[in-house]
Design a binder for this molecule. Structure first.
Ligand code: ATP
Length: 443
């Protein structure tokens, strides 16, 4: 077995240990839809919290929002999505497979069946999912599932401004589901039709936008090293003129080296006043403006956007953390080197034996830790096997309770990454783990 990280290994570990399951598997599965299992749910929640803290609580000028998934259909006319949010598609007339015209050579044989000259003319296919609100299925009830969370922020600009007394420059952050009828959904949870985004729109004075753009590029890249991602697995990719979205003045992707190659993880976009101005025009109300309290000047703010995929970040964190490590003696252990803050389980409490009061003592230690951390109690199997099970799900600490614990009140803390061990008084375990997690550095 090769030691490189492959998508097959990640998919298999995710299923085996309960991170991610195929949706509706019992009915043969639904393509491109995935369910997060017990550990995946914790991991996703922790990554969301990590982002939220970094993007709101650490800044005194960024506030949160949680907008509805369904919005007035005019929002998507104003944003340009009804007109522009499409991929050009071709069908092979021979095998009926559908492709994105920009991803294949339409003059060449079909990659599926080999037929030559068999493609239809490209047609634009809008990626927005639509449905009908209310009991009558007609055009009046047509609504879309939001294809991005950003527009919920733009249309609430005035509400947030008036209710939270923020002053420019300031940001609004939101995490939530978005939906796109993607044609090609492969590579596990990398690209799915239902996914989650973590977005922040930063409103600034026109003319200061380039400075803020640089600030957010730097800040977002640093965030990933704080999350413990290998710096050599991250890079910027600047959009060329042919890649720029209709609203963008400048755009950089932060890319990660996934098993299938370098791919986008997050976009940092300079959106100018495009969105606010369009909503001003399409709503017929010129309300999305800002009155500078110092100069009494009224203007439409410029926007710098940082837009990351939450579910795509889950995949990145799994891929970057995964290692098959060869141990002395030729044994191989699978370990996930998660940053402790996002690890689904922080500590495992392991009684060496199930008798002589050792298990009761271990249960007591578990209860003490539970109010602070997500802990897991495991008393079955050899201790080495229990350690391996925890390594494989990325648990940073194993706490072993033994006969000495009964005598002197200490327990053994074992580190996931170095496998080193140390005796620590059980009474100071909470503080010990808390400060050790704070000092965490990715090896
Ligand atoms: P791509 O080029 O991969 O289709 P995009 O440039 O359209 O992505 P944005 O609209 O900038 O993506 O969305 C911001 C982020 O949302 C992306 O960087 C990605 O992490 C995430 N994202 C976008 N589409 C999907 C999807 N279908 N599945 C999972 N995550 C997605």
């Amino acid at each position: 077995m090769g030691k490189e990280v492959t998508m097959d290994k990640i998919v298999s570990l995710c299923k085996r240990r309960g991170f991610v399951f195929q949706s509706s598997e019992i009915y043969g599965g639904l393509s491109s839809a995935w369910d997060y299992g017990p550990l995946g749910t914790e991991l996703k929640q922790n990554i969301r919290d990590f982002w939220w803290k970094a993007m709101t609580r650490m800044h005194d000028n960024i506030v949160g929002l949680d907008a509805a998934i369904m919005m007035h259909p005019k929002v998507w006319e104003a944003s340009g999505h009804v007109e522009n949010f499409s991929d050009p598609l071709v069908d092979c007339k021979s095998c009926k497979t559908r492709f994105r015209a920009d991803q294949i050579d339409t003059g060449a044989p079909c990659p599926q069946c080999g037929a030559v000259g068999s493609f239809t003319e490209p047609r634009d296919f809008n990626l927005m999912f639509s449905t009908y609100l209310g009991p009558v299925k007609d055009e009046n009830g047509l609504v879309y599932l939001r294809p991005e969370t950003a527009q919920g922020i733009f249309v609430n600009f005035k509400n947030v401004l008036q209710s939270s007394r923020v002053k420019i420059p300031f940001g609004i952050a939101q995490v939530g589901k978005a939906f796109r009828n993607e044609i090609v959904t492969k590579n596990f949870i990398f690209r799915t039709c239902e996914f989650e985004q973590m977005e922040m729109q930063f409103f600034c004075k026109p003319g200061t936008d380039e400075e803020w753009f640089e600030y957010w590029k730097k800040e977002r890249m640093e965030y990933y090293s704080r999350l413990g991602i290998h710096p050599e697995h991250l890079r910027f990719h600047r959009h060329g003129a042919d890649e720029l979205a209709h609203y963008a003045k400048d755009a950089f992707d932060i890319q990660f080296l996934f098993p299938m190659g370098w791919q986008e993880l997050e976009g940092v976009h300079s959106r100018t006043d495009f969105d606010l101005s369009r909503h001003n025009r399409f709503s017929g109300k010129n309300e999305l403006t800002y009155l500078d309290p110092d100069t009494n000047e009224r203007y439409v703010p410029y926007v710098i956007e940082t837009s990351a995929g939450l579910t795509r970040t889950v995949l990145m964190v799994l891929c970057d953390a995964y290692e098959e490590e060869e141990l002395d003696g030729g044994d191989v252990r699978t370990v996930l080197h998660f940053h402790p803050e996002v690890a689904p389980v922080k500590a495992a409490v392991l009684p060496l034996v199930k008798k002589d009061g050792i298990d009761e003592l271990a249960r007591k230690i578990e209860a003490d830790l539970r109010s602070e951390f997500n802990v897991f109690y495991d008393q079955s199997g050899a201790i080495g096997r229990r350690y391996r099970r925890m390594d494989e799900i990325g648990t940073p600490y194993c706490i072993t309770v033994d006969y000495d614990s009964k005598e002197d009140g200490t327990v053994t803390v074992r580190w996931r990454d170095s496998m080193e061990q140390k005796r620590v008084p059980a009474s100071s375990l909470v503080e010990f783990l808390r400060s050790d997690m704070k000092a965490y550095k990715r090896v």
